[in-house]
Design a binder for this molecule. Sequence first.
Ligand SMILES: [Mg+2]
Ligand SMILES: [Zn+2]
Length: 195
Amino acid sequence: MKDKAVFLDRDGVINEIIYHKEMGIIDSPFTVDQFKLLPDVHKAINKFHKLGYEVIIVSNQPGLAKDNFTLATFEKITIKMRKELKKKGAEIDAEYYCFHHPYGKIKKYTQICNCRKPKPGLLRKAAKDHNVDLSKSWMIGDGITDIQAGQSAGCKTVLIGRMKCDLCKLMEDEQIKPDYIAPNLYKASLIIEKE
Ligand SMILES: [Mg+2]
Ligand SMILES: [Zn+2]
């Protein structure tokens, strides 16, 4: 029998999005210090495990392609994430990242790939590696591309956002509809528990 999984976007779901004043952009953390866990993420992860789901991160990190941070920094951020979750008694089962961007600065990562969400490549690879039935799985993210990737892979989806969200109009126009909207990951875990 196949397993089921909850696929999680990282930035805006597990950790805070950062406002980079000097660049005037809202983006991923570029430094270890900027990485801050959101409240109750550990509780959500533990609930998913209790419900029998594997918990797998699937995240676009084009900051590598754009030269916003190095692979070494990215790895330090990942270690901090795991450590902080572990301190609170939670563990992620696996992590899948896309470092690419079609218009990057770093040649190695500048490409059109099959893993960058909204494509379902990361979810498909994770499902294959972990023997996961995508139709019994969920994708949770705070962006339209997360919902698109989840739907393309055949998962149910939860959008993390406010009910009165800016994305809603856009999603309506594109006919992308998450199955649920939740204000944070813990609330999303309660929705999945009830399903
Ligand atoms: Mg995000
Ligand atoms: Zn990629």
